[in-house]
Write a protein that binds this ligand. Structure first.
Ligand SMILES: [Zn+2]
Ligand SMILES: [Zn+2]
Length: 260
């Protein structure tokens, strides 16, 4: 795993992760990674998904905690600081303000909600039975396209997330259209190995979408989406192999600029 960087990691500030930031950094060192970029769930307006993210007042604490880890691991591990942001219609202004509060290294844009439904929450998985999957994916990818066009984010998080519990896209066209938009906007994709730990047992994006993205020149940023230290760098060797087999490129972000 020499030279690799894990760019999708959480901290306990989001309320559903365990282990201290320094334990994540130590896990990255132990796994042989060159770096990591913390991307915890960003603060959002108070009415949105509040139990699953840090509050706005906690943002300085997040920055201070990661800066302490940067200092402690200086020269041994490249520790970067970013955010996993949410695209949710109506919140863009708030998101923009938070993104302007610090010089972030990397910002992932993720869609976790369709309307009021947190569709990746295991508690609400029943709702899939009430939905038409083709329409669900069309609605979802329309939001992803909005995220790509917003100009707020560097990459799209876990591209095909609604498959998490096994509800696959029956059609697939909406995803390909979204990839065209992602490519046109010059964004990267979060190659998110957490999918391998979920019921669907497949990384995000699916292999056919990895190929389609590579064909469009879209690069990938490796992310374990770790919510505990032992998940850092999860299956990165498999991830790199899969990306390289279809001619894809792995990049990282620093100061919101793409690095090879
Ligand atoms: Zn999370
Ligand atoms: Zn996410």
């Amino acid at each position: 795993m020499t030279g690799l960087c894990d760019s999708h990691l959480h901290t306990p500030l989001c309320g559903h992760a365990s282990g201290t930031p320094r334990e994540y950094a130590q896990a990255a060192l132990d796994a042989g990674l060159a770096g990591l970029c913390f991307t915890d769930h960003m603060p959002m307006p108070r009415w949105y998904d509040a139990p699953w993210r840090m509050r706005l007042e906690q943002l300085p604490e997040y920055i201070a905690q990661i800066q302490a880890v940067q200092q402690e691991f200086a020269g041994r591990l490249d520790v970067r600081l970013g955010l996993e942001a949410d695209l949710h219609p109506g919140t863009e202004k708030f998101v923009e303000q938070v993104l302007n509060m610090h010089d972030w290294d990397y910002v992932i844009g993720s869609v976790h909600y369709l309307g009021a439904w947190g569709f990746d929450n295991p508690e609400f998985v029943d709702e899939y039975e009430a939905r038409d999957l083709t329409q669900l994916y069309r609605d979802y990818y329309a939001l992803v396209e909005g995220a790509a066009k917003s100009g707020l984010f560097d990459s799209i998080g876990h591209l095909d997330l609604p498959k998490k519990f096994g509800h696959r896209d029956p059609e697939g066209y909406a995803a390909l259209h979204a990839l065209d938009v992602v490519a046109g906007q010059g964004l990267a994709l979060d190659f998110n190995t957490a999918g391998w730990r979920k019921p669907v047992a497949e990384a995000y994006p699916a292999p056919d979408l990895v190929r389609a993205a590579a064909e469009r020149g879209i690069p990938f940023v490796l992310g374990s989406d770790a919510h505990k230290p032992e998940e850092v760098g999860h299956r990165f060797t498999d991830a790199v192999k899969e990306i390289r087999e279809v001619g894809g490129k792995v990049v990282t972000y620093k100061g919101r600029k793409q690095r090879g």
